[in-house]
Write a protein that binds this ligand. Structure first.
Ligand SMILES: [Zn+2]
Length: 338
């Protein structure tokens, strides 16, 4: 190939390239804007759709409570509300509280519970303090060993009495009184807590050394009433339950006499109804250290005679104990008007 031919081919190629170069841009100019426009429209439409979604969710406020209560007393109910209708309600502890499908919370046991509202992916919770109906003090009488030291049998009294007596024991079961009173005390606590009370026990084991004055003082601190649990001892034929309370002439707690009597009546009545144990009634006693040091209404329940075979066996049977606990708890409910 000579030089001229090579130039001719070169120029032809260049010419073709120039032509292509002009044609492509012109093609781009005529078509590209259309495509670009379409893509812009599509994007804008898409963007608009997204914006619309966001605007809708912005209009629907975040899930939040519109009606709450920070404290709720056991036995009471309160309806919680949120800013939505499509809500599922739940609670963090079903033993402590129940919640209905429309957000009505019912307090069962004292403590804390979280109310949870769920709507779609969103969930909010609110902590509620469940306040006990009342605080009940229970003193399971005696302890593993009596304490023969002495203490004043009332505030300011010069009369000294044994700190803790030894107690009686079961003629048939051979069970010591301190063990029986502890069994009933612990079961009574469980029952009262289930019913919405808070319970303070003077002791939850036998291996303690707590005087009668100290027991009263422990319950005085926070309780609304004190129930002292004991069992009797006498001749083997004697049976039945009684309850001891301070008289209106008591030098220390006369002002508590009326309420203590009411508490005693409520407890002995429902106790004997529940158990079928013979009702020996109420007795006024002003010589009991644990009663005289009380600053709250106080009843000492003699649950039955451990020296009587029938009473003794009954008080240690599972059915008997369940009935005893139900009876005492019913009496406390009646006293407080529940
Ligand atoms: Zn006793």
């Amino acid at each position: 190939m000579n030089k001229i031919k090579r130039y001719a081919v070169f120029f032809c190629l260049m010419f073709c390239l120039v032509l292509l170069g002009c044609t492509l841009p012109s093609y781009g100019k005529s078509e590209a804007p259309k495509a670009a426009k379409e893509s812009v429209v599509t994007q804008e439409t898409g963007a608009e759709d997204t914006d619309t979604d966001e605007e809708v969710s912005e209009e629907e406020e975040p899930l939040e409570f519109t009606r709450t209560k920070a404290k709720l007393k056991c036995g009471k109910a309160f309806r919680f509300k949120v800013n939505r209708d499509d809500v599922t309600w739940s609670v963090s502890n079903k033993k402590k509280a129940a919640i209905s499908k429309n957000g009505k919370l019912r307090a069962k046991r004292y403590g804390k519970v979280k109310v949870i509202a769920t709507s779609g992916d969103e969930s909010v919770s609110f902590e509620v303090k469940l306040v006990p109906k009342k605080i009940v003090g229970i003193d399971p009488g005696h302890q593993i060993r009596g304490n023969n030291g002495t203490e004043p049998n009332g505030p300011g009294s010069s009369v000294m009495k044994t700190k803790v007596a030894g107690g009686t024991s079961g003629v048939s079961t051979r069970k010591p009184e301190y063990q029986l009173t502890l069994e009933i005390g612990l079961a009574l606590k469980d029952e009262l807590v289930k019913r919405g009370y808070k319970v303070v026990l003077t002791r939850d084991k036998n291996e303690v050394d707590i005087t009668n004055v100290e027991r009263a003082q422990k319950l005085n601190k926070s309780c609304d009433v004190a129930v002292r649990l004991h069992a009797d001892g006498a001749a083997s034929s004697v049976r039945g339950a009684s309850v001891l309370y301070p008289s209106g002439n008591n030098p220390y707690v006369a002002s508590l006499s009326a309420d203590s009597k009411k508490l005693s009546e409520c407890v002995i009545s429902s106790y004997c109804t529940s158990t079928g144990i013979r009702n020996r009634g109420l007795s006024q006693r002003d010589d009991l250290t644990g009663t005289n040091w009380s600053t709250i209404p106080v009843a000492l329940l003699e649950m039955g005679f451990m020296t009587n075979t029938a009473d003794d066996n009954y008080m240690s049977s599972a059915d008997g104990q369940a009935a005893m606990v139900t009876g005492i708890a019913n009496g406390i409910d009646t006293y407080f008007g529940y």
